[in-house]
Design a protein around this ligand. Structure first.
Ligand SMILES: [Cu+2]
Length: 199
């Protein structure tokens, strides 16, 4: 009787130990994602608009396939993963469950193709602003991406960046006409030179 009870106790201890080890393991995973985000941008929206779209390139340098399974942003109420399909002669966008990120390749999210969709925007997307988007990956990692907002007619990241650069250059002149003894003006200077340095 006593030995049966101690066997039971020991097996419970073992199960708990295994359980703890299993629970601890996945936490080490997210740090080692092989997905890198590049050239993330969005188009400015009209003041009344509540939806917008975002684009970027995702580079998978790893040996295994991954996928985006969800996205969110503090800038909007919710996000969806979208693509465009040809229905007859009409291009239509539809929600998809995931965006595949095959191993050793770059996946392009761009106008007329795969994209991220913002719903219930907290105010319009304004040229020159940047905001965070968090991508959840199938592998369990999360990727935080900074998106830059370009003009409403921008066609790619380079155009968005150049729109945004022009906008930040104008802003300090009108917003801070008098000598600013704090940091605002200098911060803006730094931002402008950052924007214009690389192509
Ligand atoms: Cu869409």
């Amino acid at each position: 009787m006593l030995s049966q009870r101690s066997v039971l106790l020991w097996s419970m201890i073992c199960l708990i130990t295994i359980g703890l080890a299993a629970a601890a393991e996945p936490q080490a995973e997210p740090a080692t994602t092989s997905i890198q985000a590049e050239a993330a941008w969005a188009r400015a929206t009209r003041p009344s608009a509540s939806v917008g779209a975002g684009y970027l390139n995702l580079v998978n340098t790893g040996a295994t396939d991954d996928a985006i399974i969800a996205a969110r942003s503090p800038r909007c109420g919710r996000m969806e993963l979208h693509t465009h399909i040809l229905e007859g002669e009409v291009m239509r966008m539809v929600e998809i469950e995931r965006i595949e990120l095959p191993a050793q390749s770059t996946t392009h999210l761009r106008p007329g193709s795969l994209h991220l969709m913002f719903f219930d925007l907290e105010g319009p997307l304004v040229v020159g602003e940047t905001f965070a988007v968090i991508l959840s990956l199938k592998s369990g990692s999360e990727l935080t991406v900074s998106m830059i907002v370009g003009g409403a007619t921008a066609r790619n990241y380079e155009e968005a960046r150049s729109n945004a650069g022009a906008q930040t250059r104008v802003a300090p002149a009108t917003d801070t006409p008098v000598v600013d003894d704090c940091c605002g003006g200098h911060e803006n200077d730094a931002k402008v030179s950052d924007e214009s340095e690389s192509p």
